[in-house]
Design a protein around this ligand. Structure first.
Ligand code: NAD
Length: 304
């Protein structure tokens, strides 16, 4: 399969590197020249707790004219720029090119749809975690399942093929018939953890050490549950608040991605996470004051 990864940061490099085994031809697309050049010159380094691998079987580029039509685009830019990043790479999209988003937050499907239409979009979530250490070097922090699904269709042959290709590359993958439920499940976890850790600079597990942050987590997720119900989303987890706390415990020493973005003075995905709960809540006539407060406070922090 000919695969392009749009946004070769922490996660793009991880999936690009994993998919590079076997018959796949993998192209990493990024705007960061130093990173792209180093991958092409010295290979992509993926480290984990067992050591490091150098992947030479990938090509990186900032110019999609080098690539030609691909079978799959895996979108891994930050969700704030999904549509902006996809527009200039339309030259590698053919009639049957699948576009897969495993990004966090709400709105990626709609942004991709605004550029290429809905027909070939596949969405999902990932439980892998990755950190970019320096150009061409990432740390594979956490391992887990990749869940993929058609947007408004049941299981198809193309998604089954995708699952097989991922599985061959040792990416444990399952197919869901309720991809929106899966995306909302992950969204609610991020709603409960990301902004509060970014504002308090606490690690994930530490949110449960203080009754004040635990209470905020509970209300933020509760507001999200109310919005999801109004939108008739069928959540997978029966108790998203308890599930979010479980994730806090499982990732106890992690700094959330939003906290890392704030520390590194990068734009966060707040608009697609707590901000999305506020926006969807307005559409459904449901008040979400805690998510509004968290969103506005993060925006102020970003500006400063
Ligand atoms: P990242 O910042 O490490 O990578 C994004 C990459 O996109 C960067 O290398 C950047 O240079 C590149 N980029 C920016 N503009 C571009 C453009 N116009 N065209 C092409 N490339 C461009 O981010 P990440 O941590 O890999 O996260 C990507 C997505 O995956 C986010 O939605 C995030 O929430 C989600 N996610 C991340 C993790 C994680 O552990 N890092 C886990 C699950 C989900």
């Amino acid at each position: 399969m000919k695969i392009a990864v749009l946004g070769a940061g922490a996660m793009g490099c991880l999936y690009g590197g994993l998919l590079s085994i076997g018959d796949n031809e993998v192209w990493l697309i990024d705007i960061w020249k130093e990173h792209v050049n180093r991958i092409n010159e010295k290979g992509l380094i993926i480290e984990d707790e067992n050591g490091k691998k150098i992947i030479k079987n990938v090509q990186a580029t900032i110019d999609t004219n080098d690539i030609g039509i691909v079978d799959l685009i895996l979108v891994f830019v930050k969700s704030t720029i999904t549509d902006k990043a996809l527009k200039p790479v339309k030259n590698i999209i053919g009639e049957n090119t699948l576009i897969l988003t495993l990004q966090n937050g709400l709105g990626n499907i709609e942004k991709i749809q605004s550029v290429v239409g809905k027909k070939n979009i596949i969405a999902g979530t990932t439980s892998h975690g990755s950190t970019l250490l320096e150009p061409a070097r990432i740390y594979h922090a956490g391992k887990g399942t990749t869940v993929i699904g058609e947007i408004d269709r049941e299981n198809t042959e193309r998604i089954q093929n995708l699952k097989e290709i991922f599985t061959k590359c040792k990416i444990e993958t399952v197919i869901t018939n309720n991809v929106l439920g899966v995306i909302w499940d992950k969204l609610l976890v991020n709603v409960g953890i990301n902004a509060i850790t970014a504002l308090t600079e606490l690690r994930n597990g530490e949110l449960l050490d203080f009754k004040e942050t635990e209470e905020l987590l509970e209300i933020a997720v509760e507001e999200g549950i109310n919005v999801s119900k109004a939108k008739k989303i069928i959540l997978i987890n029966e108790d998203p608040i308890e599930h979010t706390k479980k994730v806090c415990r499982l990732t106890t020493s992690n700094k959330s991605s939003m906290l890392q973005d704030i520390i590194n003075k990068r734009k966060t995905e707040i608009e697609m996470i707590n901000g999305a709960i506020v926006k969807e809540g307005e559409r459904q006539g449901i008040k979400t004051p805690i998510n509004l407060a968290l969103t506005n406070l993060i925006k102020i922090k970003e500006r400063n």
